[in-house]
Each structure stands twice: as structure tokens, then as C-alpha cells.
Design a protein around this ligand. Structure first.
Ligand SMILES: Cc1ncc(COP(=O)(O)O)c(C=O)c1O
Length: 396
């Protein structure tokens, strides 16, 4: 038996492909907006994280083009050494100001921002309290930290009673960090950050929030979860991605200048990885400027998602209620989920099929998500098609 033999034994994806209902790795041939071209036909995109629809905005595309002209296609080095360009500094300045924090640091992806922020802050005496449904980037930090002897305490999802029970077991002076997603990426629910920050004060803990699905979506002008609850001053660090609202790829952390300075010199994910490309950084700056100039965009996004949520709930679908851009429809088993996914695709709608381990057992779902740039026609078409197929399959 060799290590790679398990790859030959893995057959599940092939079995789903043979049935013609495999939903993953489908290529987009053109477009990144609310309508994309796939396999030669136009498809309404109801699964993208392009929340404000800015990936196709002329100003964002132009900023990217100009950055390539000026700096070339890559920085070819880490921020620490040859990979810092003035666009990185400009974005750090702008994003810190926008988020109401002293300082910011860019990373090459949101995953690296999360992992590269939390892990370097952990020492042997620290304990990290982590929501059970946190994103994989926080889970990766936890695994790295625990290999160094850091205690990782996982508390029940968004359950402040459970968090308090666990916090209270530790000495008040023991250093501790609470790490949570702002908006949880599978179900789209919002962390109870007002209660969480109260507990953090009471038990003397620091707080880090991953706002990947909250930035541009909730909070005043799209400033995320801290602003949504009016507790941004009590959030020590917010980590986030460029790959959703900011129409690019990259990530950032914002917080106090001394903490950012520490991360600059201690974060392996920053120091040993090339910096965000000029084009990606310029695109994110342009997207941020558009968001700042159009604080109503998150409201349009919320209204689009709410229309679908209401429409599908009223039709009898098992929809997870919420107030973000994510609208999950629980189907309940793999085969049914893949089947309705394929029927939607054939009708010209692309959604995401989520099965275990992304969902708990029995919660397999179609995870849909919306953009500010979806029109009423797109939204109506999505609702009507869901209804038609839901009836055909006996789901409603
Ligand atoms: C909550 C959360 N954090 C971090 C990330 C990672 O962001 P990126 O795609 O920039 O690596 C994601 C992306 O899916 C996410 O959902």
C-alpha cells in the first residue's frame, strides 16, 4: 500500500459524473456578472461572491489594465522584500480608514489573511476560542497553533452560553483570543457580535472577526459586522478578502498599528509568499472607491437577496432565514441536491451544490448568493424556475 493509492480508490466524484449531475469545476467561458456563458449558453449566476457586481465595472477593469502597464503582471516577491509597491500602501491606508482602524496589512488571499493573522499571534500560553463553523482559514490557524501546544477550544456554533461556559474555565489573566466569522459562509448567518464582544471584555479576551461575507454586505456602507452591531471598537482585528465584494483576489487585516507592525515581522503567510499582484491591488482599490461613493449598493444587494428568500420561502422551500447575500435552500441528500442542481443548470441558472463536509449530515443544500447587479428579471426568473422544478420534484 502506498500513500497515493487512496486516490485510485476514491470513486465518488466519478459515480456522480457518470449520472450526468456533477456540479463542480464547470467552466465559465465569458462574463463574471449576473449572467455568464457556460457550455455555449447564457446562465444566470446565482452562486457567485461578486456581491456588488464590481468584477465587470469599467473603472475596476481600467484600474487593473493601467496597473499592468505601470508595474507589469507580478511583484515577484514578498511584501517583506522586493514585493511592496505603492499601490499596496495606498490600499492599506484606504482600507484602514474605511474600516475605522489605525492600520492595515495586505495578504495575497483572504485565506492567508486569516491564517497569517491568527497563527502568528498565538504563543504557548494562549488559548484560542473558535466557533465550530468557522472558515477553513481559521481552522488551518488552529491546527498550526495546536501543533505548537496552543489550546484550541471549539465552542458550539454562535452559542454565547457555550462560549461563556468555556471562557469561565480559564484564569482571567490567561491570554486568549476569540476567533469568529462575521457572516458564516455556509448558512449566511451573522455572529452575535454584540454579545461576543461583551463576553470578550468580561473575560479579558481579544477578538478577531473574518468578514469575508460581511464586507460590502452588512454594516454602515458595507463596513462589516463590527459596524453592523456598532461594536467595531471592541473588535481588535478584522480579516477579510478581496475575492468577494472587492472584485479581485487578495486579503487584508485591520487593527491597531502595533499589532499590524508585529504581524508584518512575524507572519509566515505574509513573509514567505509573493504579494498581491499590481492588477489585483488596483482592482481592489477601485472597487473600494466605488463602494465608498455608492453606500446604497449593499442595500440593493440586501433587497435582491431578500426578494429571493421571501419568494422561495412563500413557495414552501426549506430556506434558511437570514439577512445577508447568502440564501441556502436545504434539500437534504446528495443525489436530490445534485439532481435539482442539474435541472436548474439546464434551465439556465447556476447555483452551488453543498454536501458534507461543507454541510452537516442531512443539510445538503443549494447555496445561492446574490449580487447588487441582478435585475428584477433575473430574480423573478430564479424564483419562478425554482418553483417549477420544486413542484416537479415534489420538494414543495
Ligand atoms: C469566511 C471566509 N474567509 C476567508 C475566505 C478566503 O478568501 P480567499 O478566497 O480570498 O482566499 C473565504 C472564501 O471562501 C471565506 O468564505
Amino acid at each position: 500500500m502506498k500513500t497515493l493509492d487512496k486516490c485510485n480508490d476514491y470513486k465518488y466524484a466519478d459515480e456522480v459524473k457518470e449520472k450526468g449531475i456533477y456540479p463542480y469545476f464547470r467552466a465559465i467561458q465569458e462574463g463574471e456578472g449576473p449572467v455568464v456563458r457556460m457550455e455555449g449558453k447564457d446562465v444566470v449566476m446565482a452562486g457567485s461572491n461578486n456581491y456588488l457586481g464590481l468584477t465587470t465595472h469599467p473603472k475596476v477593469k481600467e484600474a487593473s489594465r493601467l496597473a499592468i502597464e505601470k508595474y507589469g503582471t507580478s511583484c515577484s516577491g514578498s511584501r517583506f522584500l522586493t514585493g511592496t509597491i505603492d499601490l499596496h500602501l495606498e490600499m492599506e491606508h484606504k482600507i484602514a480608514k474605511f474600516m475605522g482602524k489605525e492600520s492595515a496589512l495586505l495578504f495575497s488571499t483572504g485565506f492567508q489573511a486569516g491564517q497569517g493573522t491568527i497563527f502568528p499571534l498565538m504563543g504557548r500560553k494562549d488559548t484560542i476560542f473558535s466557533d465550530r463553523e468557522n472558515h477553513a482559514s481559521i481552522v488551518a490557524s488552529n491546527m498550526l497553533a495546536s501543533s505548537l501546544g496552543v489550546d484550541v477550544v471549539r465552542y458550539k456554533h454562535n452559542d454565547m452560553t457555550d462560549l461563556e461556559k468555556r471562557l469561565s474555565k480559564l484564569d482571567k489573566d490567561a491570554p486568549k483570543l476569540i476567533a469568529t466569522d462575521g457572516v458564516f459562509s455556509t448558512f449566511g448567518d451573522i455572529v452575535k457580535l454584540d454579545d461576543l464582544t461583551k463576553l470578550a471584555k468580561e473575560y479579558n479576551a481579544n477578538v478577531v472577526v473574518d468578514d469575508a461575507h460581511a464586507f460590502g454586505v452588512i454594516g454602515e456602507g458595507g463596513r462589516g459586522t463590527g459596524h453592523h452591531f456598532g461594536v467595531q471598537d471592541d473588535v481588535d482585528l478584522t480579516v477579510c478578502t478581496f475575492s468577494k465584494t472587492l472584485a479581485s483576489i487578495g486579503g487584508f487585516v485591520v487593527g491597531d498599528e502595533r499589532v499590524i507592525n508585529y504581524l508584518k515581522h512575524k507572519s509566515p503567510a505574509l513573509i514567505f509568499s509573493a504579494s498581491p499582484t499590481p492588477a489585483n491591488t488596483a482592482a481592489a482599490i477601485a472597487a473600494l472607491e466605488i463602494l465608498e461613493a455608492n453606500p446604497d449598493l449593499p442595500l440593493k444587494l440586501a433587497s435582491n437577496a431578500q426578494k429571493v428568500r421571501d419568494g422561495l420561502m412563500q413557495s414552501g422551500f426549506n430556506v434558511v432565514d437570514g439577512e445577508t447575500a447568502i440564501v441556502p435552500i436545504i434539500i437534504g441528500d446528495d443525489e436530490k441536491t445534485f439532481k435539482i442542481w442539474k435541472m436548474l443548470y439546464d434551465e439556465g441558472i447556476f447555483v452551488n451544490a453543498f454536501i458534507a463536509p461543507a454541510t452537516p449530515p442531512g443539510m445538503q443544500m443549494l447555496r445561492t448568493s446574490y449580487m447588487a447587479s441582478h435585475t428584477d428579471e433575473h430574480i423573478d426568473y430564479i424564483i419562478e424556475t425554482f418553483k417549477k422544478l420544486g413542484r416537479q420534484l415534489g420538494l414543495i
